[in-house]
Structure formats: structure tokens, C-alpha cells
Design a protein around this ligand. Structure first.
Ligand SMILES: NC(=O)c1ccc[n+]([C@@H]2O[C@H](COP(=O)([O-])OP(=O)(O)OC[C@H]3O[C@@H](n4cnc5c(N)ncnc54)[C@H](OP(=O)(O)O)[C@@H]3O)[C@@H](O)[C@H]2O)c1
Length: 337
């Protein structure tokens, strides 16, 4: 088991992060989810500062989005680049409406990168439409959006001749969950989403981060970048000073406070890892990125070996079954088949 104090993870938090290449983002267009605060806001602000043409802040509150745009404009001196589009991952209708807007507004327009950054870390039991909230936001909402924007990312890459990016902000905390999914699968569970949404089930942010890691690896394997022009990757930003623990218990908040004081990064520095995720080049496809580097060696063997690949296909199958029920044919359209 890889714990929070594993030397690799500890060292990763102390690595200094190189500033982004200013030419990589010039005149490009990006969507950043959860961009009203924390890492998403820092990423959107830096994209604007790095001369992006258009940065869409995909957020669930107009007022929080407007405040973020105001701050970005003040701090970068660039007006009219950042804009707010509403998106709530706790609602499939909101995700599909957002994706329809992307489809319409980006017809014939470049879309260089979608950063799926928004996540929640719940410690109290909450469900939406029968799905546990972390699973809904971090997994189903995130991958429904991912599948629905892939056709536009593919067409952008085709038109511009430059790779487009789908980058998922995940966490090495997923690797703390060795054994959890195995135990569930070995019980003969058919539907992981339903199982994790059963009251009293094992719950948690870290499980959803492991599900994201498996899902990115499988989706990238299904859609090779040389076929689509889209680099699908995942980024671990390290421990960051944000409000991610807002739903946490006092004990969680206190322990994170201590850990952040010891090895936390500011969002402004940590977002360099996210910017790397949307500029890392073809070799990043399907890979785990950390410290602005491809860090496949951080992915444990139990994820990469044959049993891990079998788990990956199972997790992905469980996710896709739910997404196809919401939007029939979404996987085929995403893959262009
Ligand atoms: N902070 C860390 O130490 C750390 C470490 C590893 C990985 N990460 C990852 O970094 C990413 C960003 O997290 P953060 O630390 O910046 O946390 P944060 O400050 O809590 O930001 C989370 C963002 O997600 C949005 N969000 C939550 N539920 C949503 C929903 N239903 N629909 C749409 N947006 C929703 C939030 O919007 P509202 O403000 O409206 O709630 C907020 O904009 C996450 O994927 C997280 O897993 C963070």
C-alpha cells in the first residue's frame, strides 16, 4: 500500500515546478471545470496570463464565476478572455446541456484543451439521484463530460493540426486504496457505482480518484492519440492550499492543515502541473503526470499488471453502463466509431 508518507509522494511535494512555456498557450482556447476557486481558478488565471485566446470557466454558480472572472481580469490586465458557463456535475441534465453548448459554439472553432478539475471530497453521506456525491461528481459527471466533448476536441485537432488535450486532475491519494476495489469485485458485485452508492458502503474521495486513474488509462487505450489527435492524460498536483476539505470533519481539516504547513503548495504554483497536463505532448497520452513530468513509475504495479488491467476494464465498464443510460451512444461518438 502506498501511504501519504510514501517517500515518492513526499518527495513529489517538495519538487520545484518549472514555470510553463509561455508559447504553449498563446491564442488557444480552453475549458476549465471548477474554475471559480482553488486549483481551477489558478489554472484559468494563468491560462489568461499566458495569452490564451479564450478560457471558459465551467462553474455551478454564476455569482462565483463572475467573481472569478473579475479577479482574473484584475490580476492579468486582460479583459474579455475569461467567461463563465454554468455546469453542475451533480446533474446529468446540466452536463449534457453544457456539452451541447460546446458542440454548437465550437463548430469549426478550435478547442485546445478541456481540464476536468472539479471534484468534491465528501465525508458525510449524500446522494443525488441515488448516486453517492463523490461518485457522481468526480466519476460519472467528469467522464460524461469527457466523452461528450471528445468529438469537438477531435475535430479541433484535425483542423489545427495540433494536438488537443483532455486532462483529468486526479490525485496520488487514489493509490492509498489498494485492495478496496478488489474486495468489492471479489464479492461478485456487478455494478460498482450502485455498490458505492448503497448507504453504509465504503465511501470516499480516494476511491473515486482511483476510479479516475483506471478510467483515464482505459479511455486512452480505447482512443489512441495518433488516431484522434487528442492527448488524454491525468495530473496529480500534490498537496495544495485550497478548500477541498470544506466538507471534511474537524480531524480531517486539522490533519490537512498540518500536512499543508509541512509540504503544501499554493494553487498558483501547483497549477503548473495542470498547465503541463494540457501541453505535455503526445508521449503523455494515457499517462499519470506529477511535478510537471510523466511519472508512470508512480503508478503501482498492482494497477499496471494483468490483474490491474482486468480491474481497469471492469471499473470502466461499470462507469460506461451508467453514462450510456444517460446518453445512449456517448462512448461510440466519443471514439468516432
Ligand atoms: N487540494 C489538494 O491538495 C489536492 C490534492 C490532489 C488533487 N487535488 C485535485 O485538484 C482538483 C481541484 O481541487 P481543489 O483542491 O482546487 O479544490 P476546491 O478548491 O474545493 O475546488 C473544487 C472545485 O470543484 C467545484 N465543484 C464541486 N462540486 C461541483 C459540482 N457539483 N459541479 C461543478 N463544480 C463542482 C467547486 O465548485 P464550488 O466552489 O461551487 O463548490 C470548485 O470550483 C480536484 O480534482 C482535486 O481532487 C487537490
Amino acid at each position: 500500500m502506498l501511504s501519504a508518507f510514501h517517500p515518492k509522494l513526499l518527495r513529489a511535494n517538495f519538487a520545484s515546478l518549472p514555470p510553463p512555456d509561455p508559447t504553449s498557450f498563446q491564442d488557444r482556447t480552453y475549458i476549465v471545470t471548477g474554475a471559480n476557486t482553488g486549483l481551477g481558478l489558478a489554472t484559468a488565471k494563468n491560462l489568461v496570463a499566458l495569452s490564451a485566446r479564450r478560457v471558459i470557466l465551467a462553474v455551478r454558480s454564476q455569482a462565483r464565476g463572475d467573481a472569478a472572472v473579475h479577479l482574473i481580469e484584475q490580476e492579468t490586465g486582460r479583459q474579455g478572455v475569461a467567461e463563465v458557463w454554468l455546469l453542475d456535475f451533480a446533474s446529468f441534465e446540466s452536463v449534457t446541456a453544457f456539452a451541447q453548448r460546446v458542440d454548437l459554439e465550437f463548430q469549426g472553432e478550435r478547442l485546445d484543451g478541456v481540464v476536468c478539475n472539479a471534484s468534491v471530497a465528501m465525508e458525510t453521506w449524500e446522494t443525488v439521484k441515488g448516486v453517492e456525491m463523490d461518485v457522481m461528481v468526480n466519476v460519472l459527471g467528469t467522464f460524461l463530460l469527457s466523452l461528450l466533448v471528445l468529438p469537438r476536441l477531435r475535430s479541433s485537432a484535425r483542423t489545427t493540426g495540433q494536438e488537443a488535450y483532455l486532462s483529468i486532475v486526479t490525485s496520488g491519494a487514489g493509490f492509498f486504496e489498494k485492495g478496496t476495489l478488489e474486495q468489492i469485485k471479489e464479492k461478485g458485485v456487478l455494478d460498482l457505482v450502485e455498490e458505492l452508492s448503497r448507504e453504509g458502503a465504503e465511501m470516499g474521495y480516494c476511491i473515486t480518484k482511483l476510479m479516475q486513474i483506471y478510467a483515464v488509462r482505459e479511455l486512452a487505450a480505447l482512443l489512441p492519440d495518433d488516431e484522434s489527435g487528442v492527448v488524454i492524460d491525468m495530473v496529480s498536483p500534490g498537496l495544495v492550499y485550497t478548500d477541498l476539505d470544506r466538507h471534511g470533519s474537524l480531524a480531517t481539516k486539522l490533519s490537512l492543515k498540518v500536512m499543508r504547513a509541512f509540504m503544501g503548495r499554493t494553487a498558483d504554483v501547483a497549477c503548473r502541473t495542470v498547465l503541463h497536463g494540457v501541453s505535455a505532448g503526445r508521449e503523455a497520452h494515457g499517462k499519470y503526470l506529477s511535478e510537471c513530468l510523466i511519472k508512470e513509475d508512480f503508478v503501482p504495479e498492482w494497477v499496471k499488471d494483468e490483474k490491474g488491467r482486468e480491474m481497469q476494464r471492469w471499473v470502466w465498464g461499470c462507469i460506461v453502463r451508467h453514462l450510456e443510460a444517460v446518453e445512449p451512444g456517448c462512448l461510440g461518438k466519443a471514439l468516432g466509431r
